[in-house]
Ligand binder design. Structure first.
Ligand code: ASP
Length: 606
């Protein structure tokens, strides 16, 4: 080894030992006869002192070294003189007096200060610069910490599942289309001209086939590929903890995963608080009605409360007409949002929220601001349409207090949901209601089996086509598919779906019933899923499973807003790796070997 210790390891009781360290020059201070070098490796930083009067050669090398040079230092560990210790560094009570320094590799001036996270946080750093030099970006303390955290989380999961009798089984990357509702990445086959593999959107079919194979308890840290538009934080390839168990019911899978998640958080990030244990459970329909989405952030309240009955009797025509037409009226209470002394400012806040609501499809956003003093007036244009009694009843239903702002949403149900879902996170941010150290897990259950696809005039599975309907809803598949619930469960945390799974259909006849509902001919279904249907004829254990979005889980644990921060080499928003330059054109010879011809759309042709 070119080093005897790491740069994070030495303490006062190493004083007197001769050690060899190697790493990067994090910083260098030249004070004439003495040069100080902060030497960095993955484990930390150690101060090296180079005194010209003690060692000319070492001083010469230190003199030539610059930031990010890779050097090797041999020297004596010594306690720092009293008063010069650095309490910010775990190694701050010692330094190493260099006896010799070897420059192992020089460095150009880096394109950004990766040795100064604080400065980067403050000044910002262009994402494309970071991505182009990702290997430098990953040298930053924050990124190193994320890589280590990810490793620890995955190791914890592997060990925990191993100790419970699970085995990790690798499944192929070159496979056949797997339906998770996204577009497949295709890989042309050279050996079979004109044919293509699909990269798996998930190991769904394979893990089910492993259940038919008798594995009973399977998991895999699995890479998945979905060729979707990269809205939000999606990545074309991402990592799942994929899991499948035989002889289980919904409750078994949920409890096992809840225990695993709880143990993971407690082991890897004990500084985080889990809001509620056991995780609360919420029906899909309640999640939609109260929070406007199926993955609510419940670190804060901000629920949409249905006041249709009361509002329908008010004097406000829009509400009265909407209620008569079956459109709900809901109110969100924004605590303390109007607790300010300026009517103009309150109006301005309401106007900004209205603009935001419009982006989600609302025509407008009615509001009331409660005064801070008992005697004060309720502010807002619709106040006059409610009698005093109605207002009191309204405040009671909404739990309103002085200084609160009430926001009214009334429209078609799906617009009310969209507006609710847009306003809640915004208000939470504005009012500082979401504690970053709290993890608010919950389960959402009783999803509809299918959602109606207006464009294609057919039902789409709300999870995937292998999900078992709730047993009591099976007859509904024939009569009212939209009302059938699936045995799906999603684990949600802080507004993200962190895991989702279901109990599966294990009966060929029932599986075959699903295809026509989702607009597939039996012929095509057999072509795509014949192997599963056939396997279902050879003794299938009842089974179910789940998949965690590992990137999202690690991002939540790391307190990172974007999953790109916890993926070593992520793609950008356009699906590119700008460091290596992928995707890139293929050579004519490669294409010919694959029997592939490139036909560019007209607008990209020169
Ligand atoms: N295959 C599903 C997914 O990738 C998860 C599951 O049902 O286990 O979302």
């Amino acid at each position: 080894m070119l080093k005897s210790h790491t740069c994070g390891e030495l303490r006062a009781d190493h004083a007197g030992q001769t050690v060899t360290l190697a790493g990067w020059v994090n910083r260098r201070r030249d004070q004439g006869g003495i040069i100080f070098i902060d030497l960095r490796d993955r484990w930390g930083i150690t101060q090296v002192v180079v005194d010209r009067n003690v060692n000319m050669q070492a001083h010469d090398s230190a003199d030539r070294a610059r930031n990010e040079y890779v050097i090797q230092v041999t020297g004596l560990v010594q306690r720092r003189p009293a008063g010069t210790e650095n309490n910010d560094l775990p190694t701050g009570s010692i330094d190493v007096a260099a006896a010799s320094i070897r420059i192992l590799s020089a460095a150009k001036t880096p394109p950004f200060y990766m040795n100064d996270d604080a400065r980067i946080e403050q000044e910002g750093l262009d994402e494309s610069v970071r991505m182009k030099h990702r290997y430098l970006d990953l040298r930053r303390q924050r990124m190193t910490r994320n890589l280590v955290l990810r490793h620890r989380a995955i190791k914890f999961i592997r060990d925990a599942l191993d100790s419970q009798g699970f085995i990790e089984v690798e499944t192929p990357i070159l496979f056949k289309t797997t339906p998770e509702g996204a577009r497949d990445f295709l890989v042309p086959s050279r050996l079979q001209p004109g044919k293509f593999y699909a990269l798996p959107q998930s190991p769904q079919q394979l893990k089910q086939l492993l259940m038919v194979a008798g594995v009973e308890k399977y998991f895999q840290i699995a890479r998945c590929f979905r060729d979707e538009d990269l809205r939000g934080q999606r990545q074309p390839e991402f990592t799942q903890l994929d899991m499948e168990l035989s002889f289980v019911e919904r409750e078994d899978v949920m409890q096992l995963n809840e225990r695993l998640m709880t143990a993971l958080v407690e082991a890897v990030t004990p500084e985080k608080t889990i809001l509620q244990k056991p995780f609360p459970r919420m029906l899909y329909k309640d999640a939609m009605e109260l929070y406007g989405c199926d993955k609510p952030d419940i670190r804060y309240d901000l629920r949409a409360i249905d006041i249709s009955e009361l509002a329908g009797k008010s004097g406000f025509r829009v509400f009265v007409e909407n209620v008569a037409a079956g459109k709900p009226v809901k109110v969100i209470r924004a605590p303390g949002l109007a607790a300010i002394d300026s009517k103009t400012r309150i109006k301005q806040i309401a106007a900004e929220l209205e603009e935001l609501a419009k982006t989600a499809g609302a025509k407008g956003l009615a509001w009331m601001a409660l005064p801070l003093e008992e005697a004060g007036e309720v502010q807002g244009p619709i106040g006059k349409f409610f009698t005093v009694e109605q207002k009191l009843a309204l405040f009671e239903q909404a739990g309103a207090e002085p200084g609160d702002m009430l926001l009214f949403i009334s429209d078609k149900r799906d617009i009310v949901w969209a507006v609710t879902d847009t306003l809640r996170p915004h208000l939470a941010k504005q009012l500082n209601l979401a504690d970053p150290n709290v993890l608010a897990f919950l389960w959402v259950i009783d999803f509809p089996m299918f959602l109606w696809d207006e464009e294609n005039q057919r039902w789409d599975p709300s999870q995937h086509l292998f999900t078992m309907p709730m047993p009591e809803d099976i007859p509904l598949l024939e009569t009212d598919p939209g009302a059938a619930r699936g045995s799906q469960y999603d684990m949600v945390c802080n507004g993200f779906e962190v895991a989702g799974g279901s109990i599966r259909i294990y009966d060929r006849a029932l599986q075959e019933k699903i295809f026509p509902l989702i607009g597939q001919t039996m012929e095509r279904a057999k072509d795509q899923f014949g192997h599963i249907l056939e396997a279902f004829e050879y003794g299938v254990p009842p089974h179910g499973g789940i998949a965690w979005g590992i990137d999202r889980v690690v991002a939540l644990l790391a307190g990172e807003p974007n999953i790109r921060e916890v993926i070593a080499f992520p793609k950008t928003q356009t699906g590119s790796d700008i460091m290596a330059g992928a995707p890139s054109e293929a050579e004519a010879k490669q294409l010919a070997e694959l029997f592939v011809q490139v036909v560019l759309p007209e607008e990209t042709q020169a």
